[in-house]
Design a protein around this ligand. Structure first.
Ligand SMILES: NC(=O)c1ccc[n+]([C@@H]2O[C@H](COP(=O)([O-])OP(=O)(O)OC[C@H]3O[C@@H](n4cnc5c(N)ncnc54)[C@H](OP(=O)(O)O)[C@@H]3O)[C@@H](O)[C@H]2O)c1
Length: 272
């Protein structure tokens, strides 16, 4: 990444902190080139202490001099934040929004000076450098802008480009997905306890089984069904467990979870 890039975060919460950590530790950006703005002095104090970056309570002052502005506030306050920044963001700035449900059209309508806009759906494993993000190019964004934005999000995990019409689906799968996986880990650990394992052992086994299986899919490049077939011997224990999962509707429940979360994302987008 260009080390002389100046990046400003509007909103210094959970996702901003994850990205700032990634940019400094993996992106090669010096802390002095990063600014964060927030309404909470307490948050700014913490983030300045943790990363040694510049902080501001005024969004317009924070955005002045930045090449890239990352909008990392909740969707509910985006309208007010954009109106406040409207005069400060022109075609010289790249604006990256990570707010769920907020379209690039919504943003461009509020920024009349025509900055380049990119929309991103990240997820919380970004906090430990294992995020999965999808990015869509909005008005005025060039190929170079997209390449830079991909580089920023690759400093905290994987990142790829999708059409903006797919953003609600991305929200339903990877944006909301960590919660589904936490639930599966919890349930597997509980089931282990029910079968007689100590809680600590059950949780360790549940977590490592998910990590190991996911990495097998990633590293072998095989279809998950092929890997599943390899471990289900005729008349064995695993196929007996599989029968219970199918009878419990796990597959259908996951379809439904992604579907419902995507629908909710569409709904939130319409309410803005
Ligand atoms: N966390 C996730 O899993 C996740 C995943 C994908 C996308 N996102 C998106 O990422 C965005 C940020 O989420 P987050 O989890 O980082 O939220 P967060 O932790 O609540 O951070 C947002 C920060 O913005 C501050 N803020 C509120 N109004 C502001 C204003 N006018 N100017 C400057 N700062 C202001 C908030 O302060 P107060 O708390 O005092 O209001 C808070 O410190 C959201 O739009 C969300 O949709 C989050």
């Amino acid at each position: 990444m260009n080390p002389s890039l100046n990046i400003t975060f509007i909103g210094a919460g959970c996702m901003a902190s994850a990205l700032i950590r990634g940019l400094i530790t993996r992106g090669g950006i010096e802390p002095k080139r990063i600014t964060a703005s927030d309404v909470s002095q307490e948050r700014l104090g913490l983030i300045a202490r943790d990363f040694g970056i510049r902080t501001e309570t005024d969004n317009v002052r924070a955005a002045a001099g930045a090449d890239v502005i990352v909008l990392a506030v909740k969707p509910q306050v985006m309208d007010g934040v954009l109106c406040g920044l409207a005069g400060a963001l022109d075609a010289g700035k790249l604006v990256i929004s990570i707010a769920a449900g907020i379209t690039t059209q919504f943003i461009s309508e509020r920024l009349p000076k025509g900055p380049r806009i990119i929309r991103v759906m990240p997820n919380t494993p970004a906090l430990i450098g294992e995020g999965a993000a999808c990015l869509s190019a909005g008005p005025n964004a060039s190929k170079d802008d997209m390449a830079l934005a991909l580089e920023i999000f690759r400093s905290v995990g994987t990142a790829s480009e999708v059409g903006e019409h797919l953003m609600d689906a991305v929200t339903g799968l990877s944006g909301s997905g960590p919660a589904y996986v936490f639930l599966i880990i919890e349930a597997l650990a509980d089931a282990g306890v029910k079968a007689g394992l100590p809680r600590k052992t059950a949780q360790e086994l549940a977590v490592q089984t998910l990590i190991g299986s996911a990495r097998m899919v990633q590293e072998t490049g095989l279809h998950p069904a092929q890997l599943k077939d390899q471990v289900t011997s005729p008349g064995g224990t695993t196929i007996a467990g599989m029968q219970a999962l199918e009878a419990g509707g796990v597959r259908a429940a996951l379809y439904d979870a992604v579907d419902k979360a995507a629908a909710r994302s569409r709904e939130l987008g319409r309410k803005k």
